[in-house]
Design a protein around this ligand. Structure first.
Ligand SMILES: [Zn+2]
Length: 443
């Protein structure tokens, strides 16, 4: 038994949303009970006690769309790179980086991201991977990293025609192999989707091939209408808009994640809704790429499940939450916008997405749910209660305040130390490998 207590407890359980002095009792990888610290200590006197020291305890955070392969881009300069738009950023930066990543680089990028996630209280991540420098086994290298660090991950490989037919087929094989491995895994820690880059780098033949190769029931994870260029290319080459083209190839559905959906029409939103597809909003990435603001709130009003991701921009979901709210307020010229919707994306919809993907109850602290629990060093300077939690989270908390991270009942960070991890050594190896990647790119 493991207890995390002596904190203000945010459960995300509507029946019991907040305890001023709360404690979570974990039995193995499940939550056994939630109550006051005194109650839990009395009921489980021999349990190991992790002290939140009067801070805030809440469910582990979930990132619904990330790219751990982007970790080596920090500080990178590419000779001749002078982007004038979104396509230039994709081609000049991201496709250049991923086409130079070898297997060891993928593994170290994963290690770096896993550490950063744990330090930010992120316990589950949906990754979208590309490493066209070395495809085969790359998802398995990431899965090994996730196993070592203890993160819950959904993996996929982004299939694209951009590197020719042989690499396209290798990427498809990698997806299929990982989908089979995840289904056989049974730990509740590994899940998989069939990754696709974006429709504008996928021919009709490739989309049909992916549909045919995808195991029965597999969902897809794809960027949809992220930039307006995706829409123009689809209209020009296929005479239809992206969501309709994906529907024609059987890509949409209950298990499919559509990243961004920045430039979708009303009819495309209806199609997303009718097929039960989910959308993942990535506010910081969209702002950084200057591609526009997705109609995330309109999609939610239609009943589409919109989750929150980072697209590799950060691993701090609380930062992403803040920016999601600000982006929609700014874009809509409406100071009242997104107060409810941004927390709903992160705390409700991501929990539903992850619950479906992992077959476990995630993102909530109640008996039976997965034992993914974090504590933050946050003492409220104003009254805090069940009705004003969002105000405290939005204005008072960030990932860097996370002090303890428990995933699947195991302590993965305590007092900001990761047990068994030599962080400085991992960082040193990452700096060396990233420098080598940069040299290969600029050679
Ligand atoms: Zn992305």
């Amino acid at each position: 038994m493991l207890l995390m207590g002596n904190g203000r407890l945010i459960t995300r359980d509507a029946a019991n949303p907040f305890l001023a002095d709360g404690c979570v009792a974990m039995d193995g990888n499940r939550i056994a009970a939630v109550g006051t610290t005194a109650e839990m200590k009395a009921r489980y006197p021999r349990a190991e006690f992790v002290d939140a020291r009067g801070g805030v305890i809440m469910p582990g955070l979930i990132n619904a769309h990330g790219h751990l392969y982007s970790a080596f881009a920090r500080g990178m300069a590419i000779r001749g790179y002078n982007p004038r738009g979104f396509l230039d950023i994709l081609k000049g930066l991201w496709w250049t980086l991923d086409s130079h990543l070898l297997l060891g680089d993928t593994r170290l990028s994963a290690d770096l991201t896993m550490m950063d996630c744990i330090e930010n209280g992120v316990t589950t991540m949906f990754d979208h991977h590309a490493s066209y420098g070395h495809i085969e086994g790359s998802l398995f290298a990431i899965a090994d990293s996730a196993k070592e660090y203890g993160l819950r991950v959904s993996l996929c490989y982004e299939v694209s025609d951009r590197n020719g037919p042989e690499k396209m087929r290798a990427a498809v094989r990698e997806n299929v192999d990982m989908l089979r491995a995840a289904r056989a895994d049974g730990s509740g820690m590994l899940s998989a989707l069939f990754g696709l880059h974006a429709q504008f780098t996928l021919s009709d033949a490739t989309l049909a091939y992916c549909r045919e190769q995808a195991p029965e029931g597999a969902g897809f994870h794809i960027h949809v209408a992220e930039g307006i260029e995706d829409v123009y290319a689809c209209l020009k080459e296929h005479g239809k808009r992206p969501v309709f083209r994906l529907q024609d190839f059987g890509i949409l559905g209950e298990n499919t994640l559509c990243g961004h959906c920045t430039h979708v029409s009303d009819a495309e939103m209806d199609m997303l809704k009718d097929t039960g597809s989910s959308v993942v909003h990535n506010p910081e990435s969209n702002m950084g790429n200057a591609i526009g603001c997705p109609p995330a709130l309109a999609m939610m009003r239609k009943g589409i499940r919109v989750g929150l991701g980072t697209d590799g921009y950060t691993n701090d979901m609380l930062e992403s939450l803040k920016v999601a709210k600000l982006l929609h307020q700014h874009n809509l010229h409406d100071a009242t916008a997104a107060w409810a919707e941004a927390p709903q994306m992160l705390f409700d919809n991501n929990a539903k997405l992850a619950g479906k993907a992992f077959g476990r109850e995630l993102g909530v602290l109640r008996p039976g749910a997965a034992a993914d629990v974090i504590a933050l060093d946050y003492t409220p300077p104003t009254p805090m209660n069940a009705d004003n939690l969002s105000g405290h989270v939005l204005f008072g908390m960030s990932g860097r305040q996370v002090i303890h991270t428990v995933i699947d009942g195991r302590v993965r960070m305590k007092d900001r130390e990761l047990p068994g991890v030599d962080k400085q050594s991992v960082l040193a190896r990452c700096r060396e490998a990233a420098g080598a990647v940069w040299n290969r790119i600029n050679a």
